[in-house]
Design a protein around this ligand. Sequence first.
Ligand code: TRP
Length: 340
Amino acid sequence: MSNTLQKNLDYKKYVIDDRLRYFKPHASKIEKTFAEEIFFSLNRCCKFIHPKFFYDKKGSDLFEKICTLPEYYPTKTEIEILKQLQDELPPYLDKTFRVVELGSGASVKTRIILDIFTKLCGHVEYFPIDISEILTESSENLLKDYEHLHITGIIDTYEGGLEFLKNYDDKKNLILFLGSSFGNFSPMDGHEFLQKINSTMKPGDLFLIGLDLVKDKQILESAYDDSQGVTAEFNLNILSRINDELDADFNLNNFSHHSLYNESDQRIEMYLKSLVNQSVVISKSNLLLNLKKDELIHTEYSHKYRLSQIRKLLDDVGFEIKHTWLDDKNHFSLTLVSKI
Ligand code: TRP
């Protein structure tokens, strides 16, 4: 109880009706962080922009578009696997579970899980955690289709959302982390994040994680550099966002999308490449940014895993693996774990 009260100081609560409410950190806190983080990550020799900043409204919409592209196999493949779970997940569940989702986005895949819960429990409680306002739109859509659904949305970072969830109540949580978003962490940050999830979980809670697998380089590279240029647009959109929100003057024509598969580190690496020598002002970060021709700004890693590595990853944090599901081509995996 005291935790909830404490949280209410940091979060603004929006009660829409008896089936829908949101918690959102106060705006001043977010904007300050964005300006400061951009200062820190661009004012150095190896420049980067944290991928969580991709997901403004436009970025989230573009990402939804990426998920439907012919080259982007992860979403389709994960959906195929989630369908297997219709019969195979219920034995691990009971009526006391709620669904928590990290990075829920448009909640398309969630629907398959919600269908399972509706069949099992009737009444379903869903806690989406997403950095993007897209959460409000997707929650309203879900409520239209699921009569017995109750949603508490947390519009915040994963870490903020997990903190919010910790000691929230005694209800059992099934935490979903789909889309191989885990692969966007560096190995060290990823380990720390899994520990954070583990420490948020109560005995009896479950965690379902979707991870992309190592495969043919050609398949991987075209998934992150599609022929319609949507991924390029998505990557470049982060600069428009900085222009809009931090009063900057990036000229998007002076940058290109650059991605490659690094085989030894088993990851797609994504960059924005400066096409000319240029200076950019980012007013709210108090930064004059000088970029050389061909200089790269790193925006994202997307790590790919072997099954033995997934087992080790989860094992090292102290999870017990309950089940791993794969698609026919072994392109993607879903693993269900509990806390030991
Ligand atoms: N989690 C997604 C992935 O690693 C994110 C992603 C897909 C992405 N395509 C992208 C991020 C393009 C940046 C640019 O597959």
